[in-house]
Design a protein around this ligand. Sequence first.
Ligand code: NAI
Length: 345
Amino acid sequence: MKTKIAFFDAKEYDRQSFINSNIDEEFEIKYLETRLTSDTCKLAEGCDAVCVFVNDDVNSEIIDKLQAMGVKLIALRCAGYNNVDIEYAYGKIHIVRVPAYSPYAVAEHAMALLLTSIRRIHKAYIRTKDFNFSLNGLTGFDLHGKTVGVIGTGKIGRIFIDICRGFGMHIIAYDKFPAADSDIEYVSLDELWEKSDIISLHCPLTDENRHMINADTMAKMKKGVVIINTSRGALIDSEALVEGIKARKIGAACLDVYEEESNVFFHDYSNHIVNDDVLARLISMPNVIVTSHQAFLTNEALSNIADTTLSNVREFFEKDTCPNEVCYKCENIGSCKQTHEKKCF
Ligand code: NAI
């Protein structure tokens, strides 16, 4: 019998990559354009698993409803799991994720945003489309010799560091769990705020680091600092960021994520009035670049996401192992880190 999967928030590119990975049609996948909400979760009736993405809010109410319907597994087709109440899910429903699909995609996008921003490519592109070949206002600065502060030196952060090294930049980093085996120069967060010309976020969002970039930490930064966020929106207090830019303290912001993105990102609102004033203000600023959570979006990453998601589902239902399981217990014990051979419960 085929394993049935309700696939929420399905986009055309998701569908294509999962069709390519499910070549033997081992799984019966019900593609749903809607996000997973307490109203839409009934669409998973009769399914063994649900597949969700970053902005599907998997809260306690939804977990209860899915469990009552007999859904055994929530397969995240992403790495981050801050949108899932893993503590509540423990013992009720299993959660698996794709821990890595292309760290290169995200690190390269972070550098693309940085280069676009500081060399004013976004402005130049629009100008030359209009046959305006003036250079006024397009002056940038060299990356060579600048100090970049990298927060989070996991898979993506380390690739970003390698890319920055290629540009001849000086790298300092902060990580809650610094890598023992690396040649990375770790500093305290305060030192990173003070010394960095550019700050790039590559850590997960937790209760502890929500709004780690706020009015107080911005006050410690260099005037003109460039902030890059390809991790999770709520790492930055967006209202404070607007104020920091208005005060000319923040030189530029490159944002692939935004704390209220779930209401807008991945949708076409080009014919609508956007109600989010903070986002509208950020987008209106010439030194802010916003992309809508697209850092992961490469062919390689999509193909890896589909392959790993389907193999997670296969292993879960066919074996007693679940190597990419995420659970409250693993989070707290810390030593487990989802590398165990057995299911978490
Ligand atoms: P990873 O797990 O390999 O590395 C994360 C690093 O952050 C680890 O070294 C960890 O010790 C460190 N860390 C944990 N808590 C921290 C804290 N409070 N302060 C500083 N460092 C802390 O994760 P990976 O694959 O490098 O991904 C990083 C983040 O990138 C993910 O958490 C996710 O939010 C984001 N991401 C964004 C994507 C996009 O399309 N924009 C796609 C994939 C991931």
